[in-house]
Design a protein around this ligand. Structure first.
Ligand code: FES
Ligand code: FE2
Length: 420
């Protein structure tokens, strides 16, 4: 990480308290100028952003269009089998030439003036480069010193790690393993190099600031309170053996936990979302089968700052991509996947359990809704601050989930990067 540049010049009345990452000014979630600065300092510089799974583009020419921050990029497999990521932005006059989310191409041709690019993003030709012959003379053409190699698409730096693809506009970004830091063992627990299979996608637009999604998956306080499903059926609750882990910067985190059998107890007293008499007509969605790669914990929710969540909860696994859309909205794209050695029964189980998650998931619908409601509150009182003091004001790993330490960790890092 490069040294942070001088601070974003925020009006003094909403500066952060000197010592605090345990209070977050509401304007952090609403300010348009701050958001633009986040795009530059976080999404376009110094960080790796998720673009997809290699299994989404198995063959030469397969491509996927997606976003890093607000910029469109294309992840494409070339004829050498390598994965490239290029910006969807014609070098001629800027056209976002690719209009499909997925497809297959031999080359990319811009519709406007048909400049064409190979699958590595090199400009390989353009019409009328040497002019057009008419009445015995050559009209027009590009200047004699025009060189194709000076006009490639913007090529991003790419890291493929055990089937997961990240890219950065910043070619000086640190290498990917060191970027993951202390979170790497958890990343490699989910992605150990086994082949992946794509099971399906869900997409939603959530009307809240993108950081709220990072916070949501760094917040072990809420799952056993907000989510009826978790507390009632024992998938995630405050009385379970758990661990909160972050990298040395505090930007990435993992929340690790083990399910229990649910039912009433100390932890359900007075919790209105606990429904003692709730039972399922069809309980196959809770047909959980432990897998060897878990090495114990039934859930590990990872946040890879800034753009990715890796969800493992029982037999459901997915990547969730965060695509900011202004300060008060983001798109959230879920890719549900399995492993090549899954039996057909396991694939069906993963698909069934995917109903817990996604935009209308039995659990995750709750999160989309509270994020929207948080944003409503922030807009009402621009000068207020949130309080994230559960478990103290310090930042550090814990062996329990009654803490907001991971959120404090992220804002410590955020303040440094943003110069706030
Ligand atoms: Fe793409 Fe002209 S803008 S070829
Ligand atoms: Fe949640």
């Amino acid at each position: 990480m490069n040294a942070p540049e001088p601070g974003f010049s925020a009006p003094v009345h909403w500066h952060w308290r000197e010592d605090a990452t345990s209070r977050v000014p509401y304007r952090t979630y609403t300010d348009e100028a701050l958001y633009k600065e986040e795009l530059e300092r976080i999404f376009y510089k110094g960080h790796w952003c998720y673009v997809g799974l290699a299994a989404e583009i198995p063959q030469a020419g397969d491509f996927k269009r997606t976003f890093i921050g607000e910029r469109q990029v294309i992840m494409v497999r070339d004829n050498d089998g390598a994965i490239n990521v290029v910006e969807n932005h014609c070098a001629h006059r800027g056209v976002a030439f690719c209009q499909q989310n997925f497809g297959k191409a031999k080359e990319f041709v811009c519709p406007y003036h048909q400049w064409n690019y190979d699958l590595k993003g090199n400009l390989i030709g353009l019409p009328f480069r040497r002019g057009v012959r008419q009445d015995g003379k050559i009209n027009g053409g590009m200047p004699a010193d025009f060189k194709l190699e000076d006009h490639s698409l913007t090529k991003l730096k790419v890291a493929e790690k055990n089937g997961v693809v990240f890219a950065s506009f910043d070619h000086e970004v640190e290498d990917f393993d060191s970027y993951l830091g202390e979170i790497r063992p958890w990343f490699e627990r989910a992605f150990d190099g086994r082949g992946l299979t794509i099971l399906g996608y869900s997409r939603q637009r959530i009307p809240g600031n993108w950081k709220l999604m990072q916070e949501n998956i760094k917040d072990p306080y809420h799952p056993g309170l907000l989510h009826t499903w978790f507390i009632t059926f024992g998938l995630w609750r405050a009385d379970q053996r758990s661990q909160m882990v972050m990298d040395a910067h505090g930007r990435h985190a993992a929340m690790i936990s083990r399910k229990n059998e649910g039912g009433a107890g100390e932890v359900t007293k007075g919790v209105t979302s606990f429904k003692a008499d709730m039972a399922l007509q069809d309980d196959r969605v809770l047909d959980v089968v432990p897998e060897a790669w878990w090495k114990g914990p039934s859930a590990c929710m990872q946040t890879i700052f800034p753009s990715l969540i890796i969800q493992h909860n029982v037999n459901s696994i997915s990547t969730r991509q965060i695509i900011p859309q202004g300060p008060d909205a983001f798109d959230f794209v879920w890719t549900h996947f399995g492993f090549e050695d899954d039996t057909p029964e396991m694939t069906r189980r993963r698909l069934r359990q995917a109903n817990l998650f996604g935009p209308a998931g039995f659990v995750s619908a709750d999160d989309g809704e509270v994020i929207e409601l948080s944003q409503v509150g922030f807009n009402q009182h621009p000068d207020y601050q949130t309080i994230t003091e559960l478990g103290g004001r310090e930042v550090g790993n814990t062996d329990h989930m009654v803490t907001e330490t991971l959120i404090r960790g992220m804002y410590g890092y955020y303040r440094k990067v943003m110069g706030l």
